[in-house]
Design a protein around this ligand. Structure first.
Ligand SMILES: Cc1cc2nc3c(=O)[nH]c(=O)nc-3n(C[C@H](O)[C@H](O)[C@H](O)COP(=O)(O)OP(=O)(O)OC[C@H]3O[C@@H](n4cnc5c(N)ncnc54)[C@H](O)[C@@H]3O)c2cc1C
Length: 393
């Protein structure tokens, strides 16, 4: 695959780099300086900061790079999107914050929604005037998403929703949500689900925060008690929700900058080792060499994945290889940082002796969640085994 960029693409890169050079000066000091204390990731201050930055990127035309101009996107190419993720990661800039909206809720509406739905929702997803969250997982439906039990039964021109969702990231902040619910309890598991849009202000929705092991409350459990959703808020046809959810995820692009993010973490690791005066320890040097190889493997897996997307328009099941390798590599790096820190690894944010304000303790614990959200490592291994290698179930 030829990864040479066209003149237009290089011009796009230059414009983005110039924009970042000017605008990153406005970022608070804690963003770029690990020793400066910053707000908790689940705090009101961090939320306000994330929205402020998202809107700046949007106003500069960097949200929805491949999305149609008619709905507020940039109408650009996949390569421009790649450049965007590369430069953002290289500059260590904060990303867009409406992650679910841009990742899959928007793409679901763009691919399967009506013209009215696209005009109503897409521009406000891009501008982050409306934050989105996702209601797929339930206590009895995670990896086995087709087992969703929450019901949405038709009553006149509404669906009436009853049930419980769990692990709903950002539901406490969201204005709108996508909901996978059972609209035909008699149909086979995959066939009786529908994809509905939920206004979070609708009566009957209760959101309760759940604190994860990092100590922050980023996700929630959500209860639906006779929640009435107008029929026109369905995406695609009734009982076709499974296919809408799967189809929308194919366009999730946030992984495009993942390999550079790993390289950044590796560089940060070198900084910690130097600060700890352990650069000459032969065992540490040996482990670093191994991690360096793996960081480069992640880079080339990313390029292979990109080649596939450029050729076929979608990553296909092979996309799970890079994704699996990346989350597992991140866990290995984070574990190694804990070893390097020795007894200091026990000190969390808030301790005056915690290394770099305890940011590594957070990222170490958070790396576990990253290997569960959007599909566990075991499920990714199953996909690779069955759909790439052709092994039996
Ligand atoms: C940080 C975080 C954020 C999340 N955000 C959201 C969100 O916003 N919205 C949302 O809907 N969900 C969200 N989730 C939920 C996430 O999608 C599920 O946790 C995930 O799909 C796994 O489902 P589960 O927790 O029910 O585990 P289970 O499916 O019960 O799995 C339990 C264990 O069994 C293994 N397992 C299950 N089935 C198989 C199999 N067939 N073969 C081999 N092993 C198997 C799994 O890998 C896992 O180790 C989030 C999760 C996390 C950690």
């Amino acid at each position: 695959m030829d990864f040479t960029f066209t003149l237009e693409e290089e011009a796009f890169r230059t414009r983005l780099k110039e924009w970042l050079a000017v605008n990153m000066k406005e970022l608070p000091r804690w963003w770029a300086h690990p020793d400066v204390p910053g707000p908790e990731i689940d705090s009101e201050e961090f939320h306000r900061f994330s929205i402020w930055w998202h809107r700046k990127l949007h106003q500069a035309g960097f949200a929805g790079i491949t999305w149609p101009i008619a709905y507020g996107g940039r109408g650009g190419t996949l390569m421009e999107e790649v450049i965007f993720h590369q430069e953002m990661a290289l500059h260590r800039a904060p990303g867009l914050t409406n992650v679910h909206g841009i990742g899959w809720c928007g793409p679901a509406i763009l691919r399967f929604g009506t013209e009215v739905q696209k005009k109503r929702f897409i521009p406000k997803i891009l501008s982050c005037e409306e934050m989105w969250c996702t209601f797929y997982s339930e206590p009895e439906a995670g990896s086995d998403m087709a087992n969703v039990q929450t019901r949405a039964l038709e009553e006149g021109d509404h669906f009436v929703v009853n049930g419980q969702k769990v692990w709903s990231s950002h539901a406490h902040l969201a204005d709108w949500a996508v909901l996978l619910a059972r609209t035909d309890p008699t149909a086979p598991k995959h066939r009786g689900l529908s994809y509905l849009l939920v206004d979070m202000k609708t009566p009957g929705i209760t959101v309760r925060p759940l604190r994860n092991m990092t100590g922050t409350a980023e996700f929630n459990e959500t209860f639906f008690d006779n929640v009435r959703i107008p029929r026109h808020q369905i995406i695609g046809e009734k009982n076709m929700g499974w296919y809408v959810a799967a189809g929308a995820l194919e366009f999730e692009r946030s992984s495009l900058g993942q390999a550079i993010a790993r390289e950044n973490t590796f560089k940060d690791l070198i900084r910690v080792i130097q600060q700890q005066g352990k650069s000459n320890d032969p065992l540490i040097r040996y482990r670093m060499a191994q991690l360096f190889i793996e960081v480069n493997v992640a880079k080339y897996l990313g390029l292979r994945n990109l080649t596939k997307q450029l050729r076929d328009g979608r990553p296909g099941p092979e996309g799970s290889i890079g994704s699996l390798f990346n989350v597992e590599l991140n866990k290995r790096i984070q574990e190694f940082v804990m070893e390097v820190q020795g007894p200091y690894s026990r000190l969390m944010r808030g301790s005056p002796h915690a290394i770099e304000q305890g940011r590594w303790q957070y990222s170490f614990l958070r790396s576990r969640g990253a290997s569960i959200e959007t599909g566990t490592t075991e499920i990714k291994r199953n996909i690779i085994a069955q759909r790439v290698l052709g092994l039996p179930r």
